[in-house]
Design a protein around this ligand. Structure first.
Ligand code: MSP
Length: 526
């Protein structure tokens, strides 16, 4: 078992049949914010992300584009999926591809172990399959289309596309054996699946009974061959789920695996069953500890529906970052959507929040305070005199915000963390308005009071820079430099961010460009 301060968080690995949209970016940002926060509070943190490259969906896409699947995935990974990480500033520690040899070797070894231990048998599968989901479907996953091009046909509820009838000789994993063990797990560890809505769905799904799972396909060959029967490739989900342990040294680097595992899985709720049912059952069969937590976040909706490429509602992350920048992208999705609930994206909403919260709220506060220290104290941070009640309110606000934000992150609520941190922005803006430093500056007798007000405001900005760094790494770096601080803001200890009096009087502040410049045109907003 990993040490108590180990924090290993993994995103799902993404299908590379197409380019990323903001739904994918949303999962990445949420995971990255949690990882950065834990890193900055001193936890032994590891963020894993990567790509899911095998299976029928990708094979068909490659064929439709006239290339081999390997050429297709190499191109998409290099041109779209890896660049996504810099577009939205993801500080991942590793990137796993299911076509990596390190992954394929682990998958073969894991399967062989399950086969040798009697958890896999040959049988015949007949039923429905949705290539969009890469999933075998039960009757209640399907409906008969009442209109549109598939009218009268059985379609997948998620993709709205016809399912295919499969009748194949397959190998099966004895998943049904794990029903009781899984129910016990959900019972004994109520936080294993979060949030509550997803947990309820999982518990009721498993309570209805589990069937054995078909884990191989023989009608195509784009996948990892079964070690004991090379006429079959591993079912793409069985292959993909193993990325979380192949990337951290299961069977190849015991020390690293012990250091990292078990993981926190942050995934979309659409794939909660795979992570909270199939995956722990696989691990139980292999005698490996189950994950720490499976957290299913909500969907980004466009026009009330899950945004997706197939439905042509996908928005590319660069459409947003080109206008607002990556910090605003990250801030917006973490603030406007409660993690665990669905949220609607709109250009109007992001524009309004950019202007009100980032440009006028945080950015303007930072520029004004830094400019006043430059103007009234020649760029040298003044020492504070005796604190008045108005100053003490700021001291207390900063302290409380830091405590509340940390607690919120630990319960997977970055939206609450931002709300807590924003109390500093709001109170400080009110404080500046009330204290009117520009009036104090006109009266030589109020010099000490002016010094106290600007020192207090600068301390508040220091705390903001540290607390906001996991969400907005770029603007907080600029602010940190403007405050004349050494080292990287991303390396500052979050656990002491709320403590007062960390800026040394006499420190030289530097000029600060606008953190959130005016946005002139909003592409795609029409
Ligand atoms: N390859 C599988 C995951 C394997 S993990 C062992 C897969 N890939 S995916 O690319 O289709 O989707 C991955 C994730 O993208 C979803 O779980 C979810 O986290 C995210 N999202 C995709 N569309 C989304 C929205 N519209 N909204 C929010 N997140 C969405 O499933």
């Amino acid at each position: 078992m990993a040490a108590a301060d180990s924090f290993y968080i993994a995103t799902p690995i993404f299908y590379v049949n197409d380019v990323p949209h903001i739904g994918h970016a949303y999962t990445e940002v949420a995971s990255d914010v949690l990882a950065r926060w834990h890193r900055q509070r001193g936890d032994d943190t590891w963020l894993l992300t990567g790509t899911d490259e095998h299976g029928e969906k990708i094979l068909r896409t490659a064929v439709a584009n006239g290339t081999s699947p390997k050429q297709w995935v190499d191109k998409l990974v290099a041109e779209s999926w890896q660049p996504l990480l810099s577009t939205i500033d993801i500080a991942n520690d590793d990137f796993i591809r299911t076509t990596d040899e390190r992954h394929e070797a682990t998958v073969r070894a894991f399967l062989q172990k399950l086969y040798d231990d009697g958890y896999i048998y040959a049988g015949e599968y007949s039923g429905y399959y949705c290539v969009g989901c890469e999933e075998y479907k039960q009757d209640d996953d399907l409906l008969t289309a009442t209109d549109g091009e598939y009218k009268g046909q059985l379609v997948c509820k998620i993709h709205g596309r016809p399912v295919e009838v499969l009748k194949e000789k397959n190998y099966f994993f004895r998943m049904s054996q794990f029903q009781q063990q899984l129910l016990d797990l959900y019972e004994q560890r109520p936080d294993f699946v979060q949030p509550q809505s997803v947990r309820n769905e999982i518990v009721s799904f498993v309570s209805r009974g589990l069937e054995d799972l078909s884990i191989s396909r023989s009608s195509f060959d784009w996948g990892i061959k079964l070690p004991w029967d090379e006429s079959h490739v591993v079912y793409v989900w069985f292959d993909a789920l193993l990325n979380y342990i192949s990337a951290t040294g299961y069977g190849t680097d015991d020390a690293n695996f012990a250091r990292r595992w078990p993981a926190v899985h942050l995934i979309g709720k659409d794939i909660a069953r795979f992570h909270a049912v199939i995956w722990p059952a696989m691990l139980m069969a292999a005698g490996v500890e189950v994950p720490r937590t499976v957290f299913g976040h909500g969907w980004l909706l466009v026009n009330g529906e899950k945004m997706s490429k197939t439905k042509l509602t996908g928005i590319q992350p660069t459409q947003i970052t080109d206008v607002f920048g990556s910090d605003a992208f990250r801030y917006y999705f973490m603030r406007a959507v409660a993690l665990g609930q669905d949220g609607s994206f709109s250009w109007e909403d992001i524009s309004a929040r950019y202007q009100a919260e980032l440009a006028n709220g945080f950015g303007n506060l930072a520029s004004r305070v830094v400019a006043m220290i430059n103007r009234y104290f020649d760029g040298e941070l003044p020492a504070a005199g005796a604190l008045e009640p108005a100053d003490a309110v700021i001291v207390e606000t900063v302290k409380q915000a830091a405590v509340d934000a940390d607690a919120a992150i630990l319960r997977f609520a970055p939206h609450d963390a931002l709300t807590a941190i924003w109390t500093i922005v709001e109170r400080l803006n009110g404080y500046i308005t009330e204290q009117e430093p520009w009036v104090l500056a006109k009266d030589a007798a109020k010099r000490e009071r002016l010094a106290t007000v600007l020192n207090t405001a600068a301390e508040g900005l220091r705390a903001l820079a540290v607390l906001l760094s996991p969400v907005m790494p770029q603007s907080t770096t600029k602010l940190w430099t403007a405050l004349g601080q050494d080292g990287r803001v991303a390396e500052q200890d979050l656990t002491t961010a709320g403590e007062w009096g960390q800026l040394a009087p006499g420190t030289r502040v530097n000029a600060l460009e606008a953190l959130f410049p005016r946005v002139e045109t909003i592409e795609g907003a029409a």
